[in-house]
Design a protein around this ligand. Structure first.
Ligand SMILES: Cc1cc2nc3c(=O)[nH]c(=O)nc-3n(C[C@H](O)[C@H](O)[C@H](O)COP(=O)(O)O)c2cc1C
Length: 417
C-alpha cells in the first residue's frame, strides 16, 4: 500500500519549492502582502466591521477544535470530492471578494486561472474586477457567481446576471444573505475609501511605495466592476459605477426571491451567510442545493458567532438534504480538515487567496490552492482519514459548539405537522 506523503515527500519543482520556503504558511503570506501593497488596500482586505472582534473570534474558534490523531492503518490521503455533479481536487474553494483588484490588480483573472489549473471552485463576486463572462471563459464550470440584491425594477439586474451566469455555463449561483445593510468598516472610512473616490496625497504616496503592486496595475489596468458596467447609464467611469452600486445595491434577499432564483437557474443555487439552523431550514424550503455557513469573514456583524461553532447544529438540521459549504477564518488545510470533520462538504477562503496574490504575484492563487490541499492531506493522514468522508469519523473536541434552543415558531411548526 502506498505510504502517506508529507512535507519532505514528492518532487517539487525548484520554483514551487522556493515559493513554499518563502511563504510556508498563511501568516507568512499575510506578512509579505502587508509589505507589498498600499496601506489602504491592506486595510480594506484585512479589516472587519466594528472593532475587528469577529476576525479574532473566527480564528480562536477554529483553533479550539481538536482532532484526535489515529495511527496504524497505512494509505495515501485522497483529497478529491464530488459535489454538484463535478469532481474537484479538494474540498477547498475561493470565496467571492468585491473590489478584489485592490488586493492585486488583475486578481479575478488570476483566481480564475488558479481555479482552472488546480481544479477547485471559484465564486466570482458581483463586485469583482472582471466580468463574469471573462471569469467563466477562463475557469469554465469551476466558475460560480455570487449575487447581491439590486431590488429596483423587480430585481432586473440580479435576474439578468443569473441569465448571464446560465449562458456562461457557470455551475452555481451564490446569493449573499448576510449583507442586508452596509456594514461600518472603520478602516475604510479612515482611509476615505468611500464614494466618490478622490485621490489624496497619502494614496499616491502609498502606491509609490508599492512597486510590485504598481507594476501589476500597469499590466492589468485600473480596478473596475466588470459585471456591472453595462447597467450604468452613460460611460461607465469608476465613479459612475461606484455611485450606481451605492444607490442600487441593497445586499440581501427575501426567501421568496431565493425561490425565484431557484426557478431561474438550472444548476446549483447556494445561499451564503447562514448562521442559524432555522435559516438553513427556510433556505431548503426555497429549494437551494447548498447553504454556506459564513459570517463574511467578520465583516458584517461583530457580534456574530464563529461559523465553526454553529456548523454542527446546521449540519444536524440539514441532515443531508443539501450540501454544506463553509468559510470565515480558514487559514490552513488543517482548518479545512476541522470544518470537514464537523460536517462541511467544502471549505472556502477569501483572504488566504488575496494574500497569496499580493505576496507572490499572479501565480499566488494557484500556490495557495496547492498549499491548502497539501496541508489538508497531511491533516487527513494524521487523523487516519484516507478519504475526505473518513474525516467525519474523527474523534473531535469542540468546546465552542453552539446549541440552539428551539424557537417558539419552530415548536409551533412541529406541533402543526
Ligand atoms: C476584501 C473582501 C471583500 C469581500 N467581498 C465580498 C462580496 O462582495 N460578496 C460576498 O458575498 N462576500 C464578500 N466577502 C466575504 C468572503 O466571501 C468570505 O465570506 C470571507 O472572506 C471569508 O473569510 P476569510 O477571509 O477569513 O476566509 C469579502 C471578503 C473580503 C476579505
Amino acid at each position: 500500500m502506498a505510504r502517506a506523503g508529507g512535507w519532505g515527500a514528492g518532487s517539487r519543482t525548484d520554483a514551487a519549492a522556493r515559493l513554499l520556503q518563502r511563504h510556508p504558511t498563511y501568516e507568512f503570506l499575510e506578512a509579505r502582502a502587508r509589505r507589498r501593497i498600499p496601506r489602504f488596500a491592506w486595510d480594506f482586505v484585512h479589516g472587519g466591521t466594528g472593532a475587528d472582534v469577529g476576525i479574532d473570534v473566527n480564528r480562536r474558534a477554529l483553533d479550539r477544535v481538536a482532532i484526535v490523531p489515529r495511527y496504524g492503518v497505512m494509505g495515501k490521503a485522497d483529497t478529491q470530492v464530488e459535489f454538484f455533479g463535478r469532481r474537484y481536487s479538494a474540498p477547498i474553494g475561493i470565496s467571492p471578494v468585491g473590489m478584489d483588484a485592490l488586493a492585486w490588480p488583475g486578481s479575478s483573472r488570476c483566481l480564475a486561472r488558479a481555479a482552472r489549473d488546480e481544479n477547485i471552485p471559484y465564486i466570482t463576486g458581483t463586485l469583482a474586477d472582471s466580468a463574469l463572462e471573462e471569469v467563466a471563459g477562463i475557469a469554465g464550470p469551476n466558475a460560480w457567481l455570487q449575487l447581491y440584491g439590486f431590488p429596483r425594477d423587480d430585481h432586473r439586474v440580479t435576474f439578468d446576471m443569473i441569465a448571464r451566469a446560465e449562458a456562461a455555463g457557470m455551475s452555481a449561483i451564490v446569493a449573499t444573505l448576510d449583507a442586508p445593510v452596509r456594514a461600518k468598516r472603520p478602516r475604510d472610512l479612515a482611509n476615505r475609501l468611500v464614494v466618490p473616490f478622490r485621490t489624496r496625497p497619502s494614496t499616491v504616496w502609498q502606491v509609490a511605495r508599492s512597486p510590485a503592486w504598481t507594476r501589476a496595475l500597469l499590466r492589468a489596468g485600473m480596478p473596475g466592476f466588470g459585471s456591472i458596467n453595462r447597467y450604468v447609464e452613460g460611460t461607465p467611469t469608476l465613479d459612475r459605477i461606484a455611485s450606481f452600486v451605492q444607490k442600487e445595491l441593497v445586499g440581501s434577499f427575501s426567501w421568496s426571491e431565493i425561490a425565484r432564483m431557484r426557478k431561474a437557474f438550472s444548476r446549483a443555487v447556494v445561499v451564503k451567510g447562514v448562521l442559524h439552523p432555522e435559516d438553513a431550514e427556510r433556505a431548503l424550503a426555497a429549494g437551494v442545493d447548498a447553504v454556506m455557513v459564513s459570517n463574511h469573514g467578520g465583516r458584517q456583524s461583530d457580534a456574530a458567532p464563529a461559523p465553526i461553532d454553529v456548523l454542527p447544529a446546521i449540519v444536524d438540521r440539514v441532515a443531508g438534504r443539501a450540501k454544506i459549504l463553509f468559510d470565515s477564518g480558514v487559514r490552513s488545510g488543517l482548518d479545512a480538515a476541522r470544518a470537514v470533520a464537523l460536517g462541511a462538504d467544502a471549505v472556502f477562503c477569501g483572504r488566504a487567496f488575496l494574500w497569496g496574490l499580493a505576496a507572490a504575484g499572479d501565480e499566488g492563487g494557484a500556490f495557495v490552492a496547492r498549499m491548502l490541499r497539501d496541508e489538508l492531506a497531511v491533516a487527513m493522514a494524521q487523523s487516519g482519514a484516507w478519504s475526505v468522508p473518513d474525516l467525519r469519523e474523527a474523534a473531535i473536541r469542540h468546546p465552542g459548539r453552539f446549541d440552539f434552543p428551539a424557537s417558539k415558531a419552530h415548536v409551533a411548526e412541529l406541533a402543526a405537522q
